[in-house]
Design a protein around this ligand. Sequence first.
Ligand SMILES: Cc1cc2nc3c(=O)[nH]c(=O)nc-3n(C[C@H](O)[C@H](O)[C@H](O)COP(=O)(O)OP(=O)(O)OC[C@H]3O[C@@H](n4cnc5c(N)ncnc54)[C@H](O)[C@@H]3O)c2cc1C
Ligand code: FES
Length: 284
Amino acid sequence: MNEIVFKKDLCPKITLFRIKTPELVSRAKAGQFIILRAYEDSERIPMSIGGLDRENGLLTIVVMEVGKSSAEIVRMEEGERFLDVVGPLGVPTHIEDFGGTCVVVGGGVGIPPILPIAEELKAQGNKVIGIIGARNEDLLIYEEELGSVCDDLIITTDDGSKGMKGFVTNALQKLIDDGENIKFVMSVGPVIMMKNVAKTTEPHSINTWVSLNPIMVDGTGMCGGCRVSIDGKSKFACVDGPDFDAHKVDFDELMKRQTMYVPQEKKAYEQYLHKCKIGLGRSS
Ligand SMILES: Cc1cc2nc3c(=O)[nH]c(=O)nc-3n(C[C@H](O)[C@H](O)[C@H](O)COP(=O)(O)OP(=O)(O)OC[C@H]3O[C@@H](n4cnc5c(N)ncnc54)[C@H](O)[C@@H]3O)c2cc1C
Ligand code: FES
């Protein structure tokens, strides 16, 4: 259980893992997440489900190294086991035959979780267009995987090194301007990107959902760490979400709350990297 059976660096600082968790995989649905711990003294880290291989009981997660805990995870190797992998957590993405085009929009490590969502949307008979974006070509991930599921995949890069030059929202705006009959948009990625997706679809009243990633601790609605404001009301992203109606989310508050512990996080990361350097950290 919880064994890493496959590991691959997708691009600098972003690593894919396939983990053997048959029981969890049998119950998991698109849009849910898990919380894992690498070792006894590790933090509980929420990760989106970036793929489900039900036949072989394999869960895919894609981890970006941003601090101490993610650095510890990306240093784990095939054959090692996570101490625990809890889930599936959260409410699955609501998926039905929307009677028009569905657009899935992903950025950074928000791209993998849109794959199971796109698969499920296709299984329900929808036309699915994917839009994925990165700063440049070298940072693009999941192009092949999404390309094989979506009816059409649009790529954007900030510097124009691949696909359309600009942001995912430019591509989304173009689809709207071209008269695509969009009935549903699902977006996962950096908060600023999801905020701008919401801004793009709101004037057209397009049903738009985002998957929120506030700081989480227990993941069961007990600690209040993941509180977000939706339509002026407090919700807990771990149990009420992570998906919410994009036009009702207070994105500015979420961005502020996400940066609450930056000085402490920076210090913990620096100390961990120093320990690795002098041979005292786990770097296997
Ligand atoms: C539902 C959900 C799904 C996620 N899916 C993915 C994923 O698929 N891939 C991925 O790389 N990351 C994902 N994250 C974010 C990931 O959990 C954080 O990057 C990780 O916890 C950072 O820990 P750290 O010690 O490496 O960095 P830190 O130095 O502790 O933090 C760096 C930044 O990460 C965020 N963060 C820190 N701790 C948490 C926490 N406990 N919960 C959420 N965010 C935190 C904060 O914005 C913080 O400023 C997800 C978060 C949530 C809530
Ligand atoms: S993570 Fe504690 S309430 Fe959601």
